[in-house]
Design a protein around this ligand. Structure first.
Ligand code: HEM
Length: 425
């Protein structure tokens, strides 16, 4: 395989995150990350024209100190001759993910009520029921595609519940979020896909505007209502801000959680000793989920801009230059994690960066953790003898959101189906 005339087998080809576009690098990006971390940890990428940062301590500094305000405004896009992308920019400039303080702090604190411990407990009970419902039909067959049968529909249905919109809409939410995620996860953009993404944003905007109207008539619990009614010191979100942040939360919670479940199950199947350890002691599940998040991070990197001319580990970065902080590489940094390429579900001091760091630390982390824990526990309890089908695994071509297209597995069927009431055990 070659990219720009460079063969993947040679070690002396130009160092660039761009090689992630090659399927074999995408399947195992860790040797590339290792090279970046050891040869040039704050690297000016000659193809992407951005700084690529791969060491744990530098990624933490970028996430802590650099500017998240990185989306072009509609006015800038118009000046660049890209006015057709304005509907996307209009939404993104109001999303918490792309704001700095004080605008970010304001939205984040108004949204904070969405995950009170009581609300998370209600969702936990629902997540168990949904998982159970999804697994029931596949159990007699003794085989399933973990992605299509569980990892995709679970977060999608949970997201509808979390938002407080009709669960029957979950397939529409999924399709919009897949389109939008294409833009979030990639640093290469296919101009042919722009109309599809613009359409998705317009449809989502109309959908949430109508959900807000419904809320006023028939209030129901969920993020739409939380954002509409949140008030701090007399300040409230505007309708456009509610819509933009419903969209980012909806998208943020789907592909990533799908990838946590898919990558997590794959990593365990590739490490039978760790899988056996977990099966014999399910109380290790929370610790295992943290390790799986570190080991195969669902969100591999994110972007920032330098807030001023500054120095980062000996390299001079100029104000407003773009930086890609590679959490997937930082999470394998041996200066932070002993023996980082080893999957160890009992790992202590596992402060990984899979959910980011500092002000933008993942807003939905409590929910994602519960979904990952419940999905894993359900599979381990109900599917003895879980094994990979001998097929070639294909990684999605989204470079930032690391996940599989499909994960076919087999397992033993129990005569008469699965025992009832496993959830209460
Ligand atoms: C395993 C699943 C998940 C992973 C790995 C993940 C990862 C991340 C990361 C790395 C960030 C920070 C990005 C940055 O700093 O640029 C982030 C932010 C965010 N996530 Fe998640 N996420 C997950 C699940 C969720 C869920 C379930 C939701 C929704 C309920 C969600 C909503 C958000 C939002 C709204 C932000 C922006 C926060 C802010 O800017 O203050 N995420 N997530």
């Amino acid at each position: 395989m070659s990219a720009g005339g460079v063969t993947t087998s040679s070690r002396d080809r130009p160092l660039s995150l761009y090689h992630l576009l090659e399927p074999e690098v995408l399947a195992d990006p860790y040797p590339l990350y290792h090279r970046l971390r050891t040869e040039d940890p704050v690297h000016w990428d000659p193809f992407l024209h951005v700084w690529v940062v791969t060491r744990y301590r530098d990624v933490v500094r970028v996430l802590h100190d650099f500017s998240a305000d990185r989306t072009p405004s509609p006015e800038q896009l118009t000046r660049m001759g890209l006015a057709e992308l304005n509907p996307i920019a209009q939404v993104m400039v109001k999303q918490m993910l792309f704001l700095d303080a004080p605008a970010h702090t304001r939205i984040r604190s108004l949204a904070a009520h969405a995950f009170t411990p009581a609300r998370v407990e209600v969702l936990r009970a629902h997540i168990r029921e949904i998982t159970d419902r999804l697994l029931e039909p596949v159990l007699p067959a003794g085989r399933m595609d973990v992605i299509a049968d569980l990892a995709e529909p679970l977060p999608c249905i949970v997201t509808a519940e979390m938002l407080g919109v009709p669960v029957e809409d979950h397939r529409r939410l999924k399709s919009w979020s897949q389109d939008f995620a294409e833009m979030l996860g990639n640093f290469q953009h296919n101009p042919d896909h722009a109309p599809k993404i613009v359409r998705a944003v317009e449809e989502m905007t109309a959908y949430f505007r109508s959900a807000m109207r419904d809320q006023r008539k028939r209030p129901r619990e969920g993020l739409v209502s939380t954002l509409m009614n949140a008030e701090v010191g007399g300040d409230r979100l505007t309708e456009e801000e509610v819509i933009a942040n419903c969209i980012v939360t909806m998208v943020g919670g789907q592909e990533t959680t799908t990838n946590l479940i898919g990558n997590g199950v794959l990593s365990l199947l590739r490490h039978p000793e760790e899988l056996a350890k977990l099966r014999s002691d399910l109380s290790l599940i929370p610790s295992a989920v943290e390790e799986l998040l570190r080991y195969e991070s669902p969100s591999q990197h994110t972007g920032r801009l330098a807030p001023a001319d500054l120095e980062l580990s000996g390299r001079r970065i100029l104000r407003r230059q773009a930086v890609i902080a590679v959490m997937g590489a930082a999470n394998r940094d041996p200066d932070r994690f002993p023996d980082p390429d080893r999957l160890d579900i009992t790992r202590q001091d596992n402060r990984h960066l899979a959910f980011g760091w500092a002000a933008h630390f993942c807003f939905g982390a409590p929910l994602a953790r519960i979904e990952g824990q419940i999905a894993l526990e359900a599979m381990l309890r109900r599917m003895p003898g879980l094994a990979l089908e001998p097929v070639r695994l294909v990684w999605r071509t989204n470079l930032g959101l690391r996940g599989l297209e499909a994960l076919p597995v087999t397992f033993e069927t129990r005569p008469g189906g699965a025992p009832a009431g496993w959830l209460s055990r």
